[in-house]
Design a protein around this ligand. Sequence first.
Ligand SMILES: Nc1ncnc2c1ncn2[C@@H]1O[C@H](COP(=O)(O)OP(=O)(O)O)[C@@H](O)[C@H]1O
Ligand SMILES: [Mg+2]
Length: 134
Amino acid sequence: MLVPLSENRSISTSEDVVAVRQAVRQRAVDLGFNLVDQTKIVTAASELARNALIYGGGGITRFEALHEGARRGLRLTFEDKGPGIADVAQAMRDGFTSGSGLGLGLGGARRLSNEFDIVSAPGQGTTVRIARWK
Ligand SMILES: Nc1ncnc2c1ncn2[C@@H]1O[C@H](COP(=O)(O)OP(=O)(O)O)[C@@H](O)[C@H]1O
Ligand SMILES: [Mg+2]
């Protein structure tokens, strides 16, 4: 199967989070990622999709296939229009949760990715962008 250049999927239920996981796995396979790299990006995506659902009240995942010379990668953007995060540094810290999680989702996603960006502010929603290269 060919990887579309770019595609959006909505995240509004926990089934959508499962579907995002499956779609990320499929795209990573299509791009020739090995099993370890597939699992890294799937795990990161799962955490970020769940955050968008739980804290952001739902959002979207954007998939982009990256081609840079011979390099192949996958960029994922998780965007919601929820309440946003007042203190992003605090939210990134391992063990911090405002809910009932383990507080490892954002930090874990950053460690599992080659590129990680977060833009969030109160009332502005949250956008997290990650990329993993083969
Ligand atoms: N999309 C989001 N919108 C609003 N707040 C968020 C979002 N994602 C993360 N957060 C905040 O960052 C905190 C840390 O997130 P995370 O590291 O995934 O841990 P956990 O999900 O276990 O709480 C969350 O508890 C929440 O306060
Ligand atoms: Mg989380």
